[in-house]
Design a protein around this ligand. Structure first.
Ligand SMILES: [Ca+2]
Ligand SMILES: [Ca+2]
Ligand SMILES: [Ca+2]
Length: 218
């Protein structure tokens, strides 16, 4: 591109496109829940886990940082009693077209009882907006892919956890197509649901955490 005028017009165009995409990326996300409604209506519970929306614990801990500020007034408190490292968990139906996004993000506040949160997402492979599970085999997903990633529960204060979709591992090979395809193509329900399972570091014991700002983003 020898002509300097054409070259600068080209560069301005490219710069403008970058700016537009940056602005779009910064403000575009799919919010699953930030609990500012004060309710946890969209969440179901399973196993030995209790949940309650409570005032942001950072306010009580006197922690002041940008992540804590972005958590607003409310977050969801999860507590569980584990048996064989497993306490139970919560989940929400999404039916989301997550194809514009590349990562899962949430804020986690540890309460001192150490453990892990296993994040589970399911993409619809037999295109029926439904998750088929086998109740006789620990509710394993039989037709759709189940993708999992583990998040450590750290000490007090909110930690922002951002997991690229590429870091999720397939837990039920042979059930779905084994491909991360979270779109709505051909009548697929996309990402059917997200679940959080509480796990402890010891075989038995308490585990708990607050979670907030759960979303899909770029
Ligand atoms: Ca919040
Ligand atoms: Ca299905
Ligand atoms: Ca799939």
């Amino acid at each position: 591109m020898k002509n300097p005028v054409r070259r600068s017009v080209f560069l301005i165009l490219i710069g403008g496109l970058c700016l537009v995409s940056m602005v779009k990326a910064e403000y575009s996300f799919f919010l699953i829940d930030n609990f500012e409604s004060g309710k946890a209506e969209k969440w179901y519970r399973f196993g030995n886990v209790a949940m309650v929306v409570e005032r942001n614990p950072s306010l009580e801990a006197g922690v002041k940082d940008t992540i804590a500020d972005s958590c607003g007034d409310y977050s969801l408190k999860l507590t569980g009693q584990a048996d064989h490292w497993y306490a139970g968990g919560i989940g929400a139906d999404l039916y989301a077209d997550a194809s514009p996004f590349s990562r899962f993000q949430m804020d986690v506040y540890g309460n001192g009882a150490r453990g892990k949160i296993k994040v589970e997402v399911f993409d619809d492979d037999n295109k029926n907006f439904s998750l088929e599970q086998d109740p006789t085999k620990d509710w394993v997903a039989t037709k759709d892919d189940k993708w999992v990633a583990e998040v450590p529960v750290l000490g007090k204060g909110f930690t922002r956890v951002s997991i690229p979709f590429t870091a999720f591992k397939l837990e039920n090979p042979g059930s779905g197509d084994g491909i991360w395809n979270p779109d709505h193509k051909d009548g697929s329900g996309g990402v059917l649901k997200v679940q959080f399972v509480l796990l402890t570091d010891q075989a038995t014991g308490e585990v708990g955490a607050n979670i907030d700002n759960i979303l899909l983003t770029y």
